[in-house]
Ligand binder design. Structure first.
Ligand code: GLN
Length: 487
């Protein structure tokens, strides 16, 4: 029984169906691992053990009655950005430290309907703003590969927990790279779907035109299973697209021979760590061995993606975060003198430094006189970047590059240098600006630490992405490697 944390989702499902173990036993096993390791790693803000055991009991009944689906009885953790009825949803912020949502996010609801069991809520950068998990009100998350290093962010708790086998799967969100970059730094597989593929309802808004939820797990096959349950139209989110969900599991098995994969020239220049570059090249060789045709493509305007993002994302954040005023929910200061004092002090006390920085930048960019120069300009850059991708997809079925320019950096190394922190997402942000799907999966390690290979797909081509990632994982064992002490 002690190896349950090593099993893939498919193996867990088979074991549950065969009666080799129950969902309650499975959940107890993972809760014990959380108790053992999470003092060190700090991946979870809330452990919902009581609720988890109840849900597991209900899943066992469903399995016994023969009413189980492929995910019934399997545990997961949700990033603490998803509203969960009755269990605290903090978004990594003091502002929501006392917030208990009266409803479940659509993603949470769908995975619960599929019978998945929530173990708890994952630590994250405050309001998903960050690339290292150091902006969390609940303290930083440690990378299980080296506990002096960051796990990446903002979905760092989700990534570190899956890497350390404290949960077989997790949800994350990606506004500028927050699924892919932590997946890369922790050595797991994470997929950011096309904008509109997964409902944002009940997912706390950061930058609404960029935010997208996705699965984080050990393999592409596990991500395919999770995405099948998460994706689909939701009338409560007007940006969610009404379009049938592909059969992602069937897609995994498609042949990849002859597939044209575009190697993005701009992702291999200055700023890329040479160890990471060598690792990506090794993965490319294996892809060629699978019969994939590599072609060079260019995204000439990708260098404007980080500056455009740091206008658009803060602008939308400044508007979204205006709702935290100390009146309806969230932190309220003690003894306000008057309404203005209530607003000012509640916000001053509730938000951390990075969130305040973004609100100030965003408010400035949207103010009269600067709107055209900054916000409108950034929206135009966004169109140019989307056009670059359209051109690239005329020459290739998928695109490839690193997910992050370097391996996990040390805690504290970039905390005082926001620009250097922002550059962590230099290869991921353009994808969000264009609304495309992309994933990060383990490539060979560099400097002893995980490296993420990024694959980018055309709109709603998640099936193809998962297909190539799965075939590469069948041919390699990079995704199976486990940090020492967590095997
Ligand atoms: N690191 C980026 C930021 O700080 C992206 C975050 C995200 O994708 N949520 O905004």
């Amino acid at each position: 029984m002690s190896d349950l944390h090593r099993k893939s989702l498919r193996e867990l499902r088979e074991g549950l169906a065969a009666g080799s173990f129950t969902s309650v036993e499975l959940v107890e096993h993972f809760l014990a691992r959380i108790r053992e390791h999470d003092q060190t790693l700090n991946t979870l803000i809330t452990v919902s053990d009581k609720e988890a055991l109840q849900q597991a009991g209900a899943a066992d009944e469903r399995i016994q009655k023969g009413e189980a689906g492929p995910l019934t009885g399997i545990p997961l953790i949700h990033k603490d950005i998803f509203c969960t009825r009755g269990v605290k949803t903090s978004c990594g912020s003091r502002m929501l430290d006392n917030f208990i949502s009266p409803y479940d996010a659509t993603v949470v609801e769908r995975l619960a309907d599929a019978g998945m069991v929530m173990l708890g809520k994952a630590n994250m950068d405050e309001f998903a703003m960050g690339s290292s998990n150091e902006t969390s009100y609940y303290g930083p998350v440690k990378n299980p590969w080296d506990t002096e290093r960051v796990p990446g962010g903002s979905s760092g708790g989700s990534a570190a927990a899956v890497a350390a086998r404290l949960a077989p799967a997790a949800t994350g969100t990606d506004t500028g790279g927050s699924i892919r970059q932590p997946a890369a730094l922790c050595g797991i597989t994470g997929l950011k779907p096309s904008y509109g593929r997964v409902s944002r309802w009940g997912m706390i808004a950061f930058a609404s035109s960029l935010d997208q939820a996705g699965p984080m797990a050990r393999s592409a096959e596990d991500c395919a299973l999770l995405l099948s349950a998460m994706a689909g139209f939701d009338e409560r989110d007007s940006t969610c697209v009404d379009r049938p969900v592909d059969d992602y599991l069937a897609a995994l098995e498609r042949p990849v021979k002859g597939l044209r994969v575009g190697v993005v020239k701009e992702f291999f220049g200055e700023g890329l760590d040479s160890g990471v570059g060598a690792s990506i090249e090794e993965a490319m060789k294996v892809l060629e061995g699978l019969g994939v045709e590599l072609v060079e493509v260019s995204l000439p305007h990708s260098r404007y993606s980080v500056p455009a993002y740091y206008v658009v994302a803060p602008a939308e954040a400044s508007s979204n975060l205006a709702r935290y005023d100390g009146v309806r929910f969230g932190h309220r200061c003690d003894d306000p003198k008057d309404l203005e004092d209530l607003y000012k002090r509640s916000r001053a006390e509730g938000f951390g430094a990075e969130v305040k920085r973004r609100i100030m930048i965003g408010t400035y960019a949207l103010s009269a006189g600067y709107y055209d120069a900054y916000y409108l300009k950034a929206q135009k850059v966004r169109q140019v970047i989307a056009r670059d991708f359209r051109n690239a997809f005329e020459q290739a079925d998928l695109l490839l590059g690193p997910a992050s320019p370097e391996v996990a950096f040390r805690l504290g190394e970039k905390s005082d240098d926001p620009v250097s922190m922002y550059l962590s997402d230099i290869y991921t942000i353009a994808v969000n600006l264009a609304g495309l799907p992309a994933l990060s999966m383990p490539a060979p390690r560099a400097h002893g630490l995980p490296v993420g290979l990024q694959l980018i797909g055309n709109y709603f081509d998640e099936g193809r992405l998962l297909n190539l990632a799965h075939q590469l994982q069948l041919a390699t064992d990079w995704h199976l490697q486990t940090p020492e002490g967590f095997a």
